[in-house]
Write a new protein. Structure first.
Length: 256
C-alpha cells in the first residue's frame, strides 16, 4: 500500500478550492471548462461514449448536482447547486489503499494525483473515497480525478493571473476560489474564516483541502422614509417631460 508524505512542516503549502454555494448558479461552466482543458492535458484523453444518445457515458472530473431545499418556516423551496470533485485531502484514503503507488499525494503542495502509467484500474481508490470523487475511464481502464490543473497552475509561460484551475477561470459568478489554505492571509483562507467555510464529512478524518461556503440568507433593510408612499411626478398630468419641437419626430427618423 502507498504511504503518505509528511506535510506537518511549518509553512507547508496546501492548495485547494473554496466553493461558494451562495453564488453558484449551476451553469456548468466549471465542468465544461474542466473537460476541455483536461482532455488535452495531464489527464488526457477523457473518453466519451454515445455522447448524444440515451445511455451517455463518459469521464468528468467535476460534476454539479442540484438539490431542491425547503427550509423550516419557508413557504418557497429553492435549488442549491453543489459542485463535486476531488477534495485533495490531507489524509486521503484513496492513496493509502493503492497497491501500486499510482495514487499519490505531493508533499510540496498537497495535490493528490494518479499516475496512469502505473494504475491497474482495480478501483480500490474509488471504493475508499468517501466523496465519490474518482471515475474510471472505461476506454483506457485507468482511474481519473481532478488534478487542480497541475499542468496549468505551474506553467510559467502563462501570466500569473491565468495560473489557476480552468474551473476557477471559467466561473461567471466567482463562486470558485483557488489558493493556499495554509496561508492565513490568502484569499481562500479569508473566505473560509469570514463566511463560515466548512469541509465535507469531517467525521471521516480525511481533512479535505477543498471547502464550501454555505448559503446566506439575504437581509432586506428598509429605511423609514421608504415606507412613505409619494406620487410619481411622471404620472401626474401636465408634468410629463416634453421634447422640444425642434427635435426630429418619429416620422422624420423613419422617413428614409
Amino acid at each position: 500500500m502507498t504511504s503518505l508524505p509528511d506535510t506537518s512542516k511549518p509553512g507547508q503549502k496546501k492548495l485547494g478550492l473554496v466553493i461558494d454555494l451562495d453564488t453558484c448558479v449551476g451553469c456548468q461552466a466549471c465542468a465544461t471548462s474542466c473537460k476541455e482543458w483536461n482532455t488535452q492535458g495531464y489527464s488526457a484523453p477523457l473518453s466519451d461514449q454515445n455522447s448524444y444518445g440515451a445511455d451517455v457515458t463518459g469521464v468528468w472530473l467535476n460534476r454539479i448536482h442540484g438539490y431542491e431545499v425547503k427550509e423550516e418556516g419557508q413557504a418557497q423551496s429553492r435549488i442549491v447547486h453543489f459542485p463535486r470533485s476531488c477534495l485533495h485531502c490531507e489524509t486521503p484514503a484513496c492513496v493509502t489503499v493503492c497497491p501500486t503507488g499510482a495514487s499519490y499525494k505531493r508533499a510540496e503542495d498537497g495535490i493528490v494525483l494518479v499516475n496512469p502509467e502505473t494504475c491497474i484500474g482495480c478501483k480500490l481508490c474509488s471504493w475508499a473515497c468517501p466523496y465519490g470523487a474518482r471515475e474510471i475511464d472505461p476506454q483506457r481502464k485507468v482511474m481519473t480525478k481532478c488534478t487542480l490543473c497541475v499542468d496549468r497552475i505551474y506553467d510559467t509561460t502563462l501570466p500569473p493571473a491565468r495560473r489557476k484551475p480552468a474551473c476557477v477561470l471559467a466561473c461567471p459568478t466567482s463562486a470558485r476560489l483557488f489558493g493556499d489554505i495554509h496561508d492565513p492571509d490568502s484569499e481562500v483562507s479569508t473566505a473560509i474564516r469570514e463566511h463560515a467555510g466548512y469541509a465535507l464529512m469531517p467525521e471521516w478524518g480525511t481533512h479535505p483541502s477543498n471547502h464550501y461556503l454555505p448559503r446566506r440568507r439575504a437581509r432586506a433593510r428598509v429605511r423609514d422614509d421608504e415606507l412613505v408612499r409619494v406620487d410619481n411626478p411622471l404620472r401626474i398630468d401636465g408634468q410629463l417631460p416634453k421634447p422640444p419641437k425642434s427635435d426630429p419626430s418619429l416620422d422624420d427618423v423613419m422617413s428614409w
